[in-house]
Unconditional design. Structure first.
Length: 251
């Protein structure tokens, strides 16, 4: 049975609560998730959900929150999204806004000690503290967009790597968010994908994060990445979307 999404069983209740607490803290303004089907908009130019001056949309479970950079934009978003269910708020196709740029949507997966399913393949993974030295050659093997999407340059954990032929072909690590969550980053060289390497290096990174008392977060758009997350026991609890809305030009 698929336990992802808003219909997740009671066993995921702690994950849901921790995930919501994370996004509330990152909102940068007083706000909280409401009851089932609820969506709330808060003015927060300091929101850490999205680039400056953008709007951030997050659904966790069956409720959603939106951060807007100013009151005018918040009012426009409220008008454009009135009556939409939380699921639609993280789908740009449903937003009747003059959107200039979009980041996402991306599914949000979470794991803790009760859901994590480590793989024995992680036994051969090496841990490296000199992140730049070991990750540079791997990042050079993919195009710039994929390297940026992986966010490996943002990690503040060690790098967990697998090598082949004297070079690194797979790596994972995480960035600590708000002192409470480990945001996972994973990258595998194109020529060796589909061999379980992503699962191996990610398993080592997740184990390290959980040992540090952090909630493990996996944000994924590609289906293969989502499959790896599920294989490691992550539960899909929501989604995130960021959009840039042009300033209101009306007098």
């Amino acid at each position: 049975m698929d336990h992802s999404g808003p219909t997740a069983p009671a066993a995921t209740a702690p994950l849901l609560a921790h995930a919501r607490a994370l996004w509330v803290e990152l909102a940068g303004a007083p706000v909280r998730f409401g009851p089932t089907g609820d969506a709330r908009i808060v003015v927060s130019p300091a929101s850490r959900w999205c680039p400056p001056s953008w709007c951030g949309f997050v659904r966790i479970g069956d409720a959603a929150l939106v951060t807007a950079p100013d009151r005018g934009t918040a009012a426009r978003v409220a008008e454009a999204t009135r009556g939409l269910p939380p699921e639609a708020l993280v789908d740009p196709a449903y937003l009747s806004l003059p959107v200039r740029e979009v980041l996402g949507p991306a599914a949000l997966f979470y794991a803790d000690g009760s859901t994590f399913l480590p793989t024995h393949e992680a036994a051969g993974v090496e841990e490296h503290a000199d992140v730049g030295r070991f990750l540079g050659p791997l990042l050079a093997r993919v195009d710039q967009a994929e390297a940026e999407e992986s966010a490996l340059t943002d990690i503040d954990s060690p790098a967990f790597c697998l090598g082949s032929g004297g070079g690194i072909v797979a790596a994972a690590g995480y960035e600590v968010w708000a002192g409470r969550a480990a945001h996972l980053s994973v990258l595998v060289a194109p020529e060796v994908r589909g061999r379980g390497l992503a699962r191996a290096v990610a398993s080592a990174a997740v184990a390290h994060a959980l040992d540090a008392g952090l909630l493990a977060q996996w944000r994924a758009r590609p289906v293969p990445s989502q499959r790896v997350a599920r294989a490691l026991g992550f539960r899909e609890l929501g989604a995130q979307l960021s959009v840039r809305v042009p300033a209101d030009q009306s007098p």
